[in-house]
Design a protein around this ligand. Structure first.
Ligand SMILES: [Zn+2]
Length: 361
C-alpha cells in the first residue's frame, strides 16, 4: 500500500496535468498549479501600487500595460512555487533613484538639479511633507520601474457649477467701472464623472468620461456704465493724484501702530497742495473732518460705486456738489492719522471696499 502510493505520485507528476501559465507578450513567465495561487501572486504584485491610492472603493479597473494573459495549460514539468513566481514579477527593470537630504538643501534646488518639477517630487513622495525636509530624509527622484506596469483606474463623480453669462445693458448715467445687477444670473449644476488613471499607483492622467447636466444656468442682466474715469497712465500718475505709491491695498504693517492690519485703500505720496481729482462724474455725499481720515471727501458715482479721498489739507467741494470726471475736490495733505503728505484713496462697490488699482486700469 505504501509503495503503491509512491508509484501513484510518480505517475501523476510525469503525465501532463492542468495548470495556469502567466504569459507576457506570448512568452510564458511561469506556470502555477492552482488558479487561486495565480490570483494570490498577482494580488501581491499589485498590492504596493494599490497602497498608494487614497480611495480603493472607487476602483473600476486594474490592468497590465503589457499584453498579459493567464492561460489554462496542460503541464508536465515542475510547477513554480508562488514565492518564485512573485520574485520573477518583482524583478525591477530599473531601481528607484533616491536622494538623501543634506544640510542647506531645499526642494527647489533638488528639483532643478535633477530636472524634475515640484509636482513630480510631490507625486513620487506622497508620504513626505515636502515643506519640511530635514537632513537625512530620503527623497524619491524616480520610482523603480517594475517588470510589468499596471494602470489602475478609479472613477469619481463630482458635482460642479456651470457659470452663467450676463446680458449687458449699456447705461450712460453710470461710470464704466460701475456694475448694476438688473437680474441676477443663476449657476447651473452638473455631475462630472472623472476617470483617474494611476501608473503603478502614481497619478498619471485624469479624463472626463461623462457630464450629466442637473440644471442649466440662467443668464442674468447687468447694467454697465459708459462714462469715462480717471486712469493710471504711468508709474506716478494715478489719475486721481500724482505721486509715489507708498502703500497698496491689502495686509501691511501699519506705519504708526506697527500692527499687521488690512489697508483698505492705496496711498499716493506727493508734496502738500497737490491737486486731488474726482475719479468720475458724480455727487459729493461727504466732505468733512474725522480723526482718522482727517479732511476727506466721498463722491457717489451711481451704480453702487463711491470713492473716498482722505488726509486732504483743503476741501474745495461740499455735500451736494455735482462734479465732473477730473474735478479738483481738494488738495493733498497730512490731516488725521497720517505720517506725511499723501492721498489715501478708497473705492467702494456696493458697500465693499475693493482694490482701487483694479478701478484705475
Ligand atoms: Zn492709506
Amino acid at each position: 500500500m505504501f509503495s503503491g502510493f509512491i508509484s501513484g505520485e510518480f505517475s501523476i507528476s510525469s503525465a501532463p496535468i492542468p495548470g495556469y501559465a502567466f504569459v507576457v507578450n506570448d512568452e510564458t513567465w511561469f506556470v502555477l498549479e492552482d488558479a487561486r495561487e495565480m490570483k494570490y501572486v498577482i494580488d501581491q504584485y499589485q498590492k504596493p501600487m494599490l497602497a498608494r491610492l487614497n480611495n480603493l472603493s472607487d476602483i473600476t479597473s486594474i490592468e497590465f500595460v503589457e499584453d498579459v494573459e493567464v492561460i489554462e495549460v496542460m503541464h508536465s514539468g515542475i510547477f513554480a512555487k508562488s514565492t518564485e513566481a512573485l520574485e520573477k514579477l518583482q524583478e525591477n527593470k530599473d531601481e528607484a533613484q533616491l536622494y538623501t537630504v543634506v544640510p542647506g538643501d531645499n526642494l527647489w534646488d533638488i528639483a532643478q538639479r535633477y530636472s524634475l518639477s515640484f509636482k513630480d517630487l510631490a507625486t513620487f513622495n506622497g508620504d513626505i511633507d515636502l515643506d519640511r525636509i530635514w537632513p537625512g530624509d530620503i527623497i524619491t527622484l524616480q520610482p523603480s520601474k517594475p517588470s510589468l506596469d499596471v494602470i489602475i483606474t478609479t472613477t469619481q463623480v463630482m458635482e460642479e457649477a456651470i457659470p452663467f453669462t450676463n446680458d449687458i445693458v449699456k447705461d450712460d448715467t453710470l461710470v464704466s467701472t460701475a456694475r448694476v445687477v438688473i437680474k441676477p444670473g443663476v449657476e447651473g449644476t452638473k455631475n462630472v464623472t472623472y476617470a483617474i488613471k494611476t501608473l503603478n499607483g502614481f497619478p498619471h492622467v485624469v479624463e472626463v468620461v461623462n457630464e450629466e447636466i442637473l440644471s442649466e444656468p440662467v443668464s442674468g442682466i447687468l447694467k454697465v456704465g459708459t462714462q469715462t474715469t480717471m486712469k493710471r497712465t504711468s508709474s506716478t500718475n494715478f489719475g486721481v493724484a500724482q505721486g509715489r505709491l507708498t502703500s497698496g491695498y491689502g495686509y501691511r504693517l501699519h506705519p504708526i501702530t506697527g500692527r499687521r492690519e488690512f489697508h483698505y485703500g492705496i496711498d499716493i505720496a506727493a508734496p502738500q497742495g497737490s491737486p486731488i481729482k474726482s475719479y468720475a462724474k458724480g455727487t459729493v455725499i461727504e466732505a468733512k473732518f474725522s480723526s482718522g481720515y482727517g479732511y476727506y471727501v466721498v463722491v457717489n458715482h451711481g451704480g453702487g460705486l463711491t470713492t473716498l479721498y482722505a488726509h486732504l489739507s483743503k476741501i474745495n467741494v461740499s455735500v451736494g456738489t455735482r462734479v465732473d470726471v477730473g474735478h479738483v475736490l481738494g488738495l493733498m495733505g497730512s490731516t488725521g492719522i497720517s505720517t506725511g503728505s499723501h492721498l489715501h484713496f478708497e473705492v467702494r462697490s456696493n458697500g465693499n471696499r475693493v482694490n482701487p488699482l483694479n478701478y484705475l486700469n
